[in-house]
Each structure stands twice: as structure tokens, then as C-alpha cells.
Design a protein around this ligand. Structure first.
Ligand code: BDR
Ligand code: CA
Length: 316
């Protein structure tokens, strides 16, 4: 089997953590490195969480971690999402500290170097603000032809946003970076709220997982269960969901190796960078003859229950 050579770019919060753990466990993925970015939490905390998660997965000192941007490309920082992900970003669960250190090399440089080394085989999964990818593109405008594919968790094309009426958090947090990346010519799939809000992990899934998982996986399963309680509480308050939450970032990693679980449509896409209510909106030109934006694959439908099964089976 040809394993997918992947870099995950994360603002390591609760669903990022599950996405990383899935990526580390999947037999279809070679994790080439993890880069971190501000977003749910400050970038230093995202780096620390990432290192702790590698230790939890028994992969400490095996996967390089490179720290990236601490603030948006051009605008000023607009606070963090501790109300969504907890004070420490992972639902206030205390994981043991890792002895692994982050790389000296910043995230943008790491991405550029791995794209060169892997000669067109690198797949990037971006699960936070697109600032690191934007910095990499500014440093190396030839990057789009060296990256096999970029999967972006972000945007809300034909559904409401989750930070403003029209904007999703990862795009809203750095619209200029998102637009630069989308217009770059890189081969892109957008995994937006159109599909992630349908992909719900329920407490009943976690209860089954706890029963079925091998003893070696139980520390991971227990962490997932504990951290998800915070996420479930947030989605109960904001969306009136009962004991469940959408799997934004895990679905995005999954699609990179199981593309058949979503239906995509090519759309010309751009990001609104101005406006009081519309900054961060992903605007798709769905006219018969689109002329605004660049073509990307937009996920429009998902086999949600199958996606959850595939996500969880690596932890059994
Ligand atoms: C995105 O925002 C973050 O809170 C999640 O980790 C996900 O990447 C969903 O809008
Ligand atoms: Ca995220």
C-alpha cells in the first residue's frame, strides 16, 4: 500500500488532537511532521499540546514538530477560543509533558523543505488559520507545484458560519492568509462546515470504543473521551446538540486517505477580507460561468456515519 506522506498543520485544540491521533494511528499515513499555528490557543500552547499528544501516542521523538505563526498575516490578533476548547486547548485534560523539543526551523521553512524532499508527494492537512501556508507561499511562490494536495478544514460555502453569520473560525481568524492560499494555484480540497457539521461523534460511539479497544490503546481512548466532554458541553450550549460534537479536523485528515466518503464539486472560490459581518466568508461563484475566485474542490456531502466508523476503528 502507498502510504500518504502528510504534514498536519494544527492549532492543537480538542478536535485537532483527535485528528492528529488518527493520523498517527492510521496505517495509510506516514506522518512527516506537525506544524503549529495560533488559533484555538496561542501557538506556544499548540506546540506543547502537540508534543504531549505524540507522547500519549507513543511516538515521542519520532515525528518532528515545528512552530509557526503566532498572529495573522496582516491584521491583529483577535483573541483565542478557550470557551470552545478549554483553557489549555485540550478540554483542560492534563497530559504528561513530553521531553521532545520543537525544531529550531520555523513551520514555513519546514513545509518548504519537506515539499522539496518529497518531490511532489507531500499532502498537507491544514486544520487552523492558514497563516503558515501563506508564509510558505510568500517565501517560495513555486510551492504549489511541489505539493501534491492541500486539504483545508475551513469555510462555510452553502451553510451558515460558526463565528459570524457567514464565516467559519479558521478562515475568519486570518482571511488574508486564506485568500492568498486559495488563489495560489495549489491543488486544494475545502472541507468546510457544509460537511463537518454533519459528521457528529456521539458519546455512544465513545462508549463502544472504550469497550472494544485493546489495552494498548486505552490511554488514548480515555483521553479522547475526557477531552470530548468539554467539546460536547460547548456544542450543547451553542447548537443544542445532545452529547455529541462535529468532527471538523478529524474528518479533514480522514478525507485525505478516504476520499470516497465525501462528494466534491469544483467551485471558484475567494475569501472576503473586508466588511463588519462578512470578513472571512468563503464566497463560491456558483454561476453558470464563474469568473470570481480560483477553482478548488469543495466538499458538499459526506457519508457521516461511515466517516465516524473509519475514524474510530484505528483506536480499537
Ligand atoms: C475549526 O475551528 C476550531 O475550533 C476547530 O479546531 C476547527 O479547526 C472549526 O471551525
Ligand atoms: Ca483546528
Amino acid at each position: 500500500m502507498n502510504r500518504t506522506k502528510m504534514i498536519i498543520d494544527a492549532d492543537t485544540g480538542i478536535d485537532d488532537a483527535l485528528a492528529i491521533l488518527y493520523g498517527l494511528k492510521s496505517p495509510k499515513i506516514d506522518m512527516e511532521g506537525i506544524t503549529t499555528v495560533f488559533g484555538n490557543i496561542p501557538v506556544e500552547m499548540a506546540t506543547d499540546n502537540t508534543l504531549r499528544i505524540l507522547k500519549l501516542a507513543g511516538r515521542e521523538h519520532e515525528i518532528p514538530v515545528s512552530e509557526g505563526a503566532g498572529r495573522p498575516l496582516t491584521r491583529s490578533l483577535n483573541g483565542f477560543s478557550t470557551h470552545v476548547h478549554g483553557g489549555n486547548g485540550i478540554g483542560d485534560v492534563e497530559l504528561p509533558v513530553s521531553s521532545q523539543q520543537k525544531l529550531e526551523e520555523p513551520a514555513a521553512d519546514f513545509i518548504i523543505r519537506k515539499a522539496e524532499e518529497l518531490r511532489g508527494e507531500l499532502v498537507i492537512v491544514a486544520m487552523g488559520r492558514l497563516t503558515n501556508i501563506a508564509h510558505a507561499l510568500q517565501k517560495d511562490p513555486g510551492l504549489p507545484s511541489k505539493v501534491k494536495h492541500l486539504y483545508i478544514m475551513g469555510g462555510a460555502v452553502n451553510v451558515p458560519g460558526n463565528v459570524t453569520p457567514v464565516s467559519e473560525a479558521n478562515i475568519w481568524g486570518d482571511p488574508e492568509a486564506a485568500d492568498l492560499v486559495i488563489q495560489s494555484g495549489m491543488s486544494i480540497t475545502l472541507v468546510g462546515l457544509d460537511v463537518t457539521m454533519k459528521t457528529l461523534l456521539h458519546q455512544s460511539h465513545l462508549d463502544s470504543l472504550a469497550r472494544l479497544s485493546k489495552s494498548e490503546n486505552q490511554p488514548i481512548v480515555s483521553f479522547i473521551n475526557q477531552s470530548m466532554q468539554y467539546y460536547f458541553d460547548f456544542y450543547r450550549e451553542v447548537n443544542a446538540y445532545r452529547e455529541c460534537a462535529p468532527m471538523h479536523d478529524p474528518l479533514t485528515v480522514l478525507i485525505a486517505v478516504e476520499p470516497g466518503i465525501v462528494r466534491t464539486q469544483t467551485m471558484h472560490l475567494s475569501v472576503e477580507c473586508g466588511g463588519e459581518h462578512c470578513a472571512g466568508m468563503t464566497v463560491a461563484d456558483q454561476r453558470v460561468k464563474p469568473s470570481v475566485g480560483s477553482p478548488v474542490q469543495v466538499c458538499v456531502d459526506v457519508s457521516a456515519e461511515q466517516a465516524i466508523d473509519l475514524l474510530l476503528e484505528v483506536f480499537i
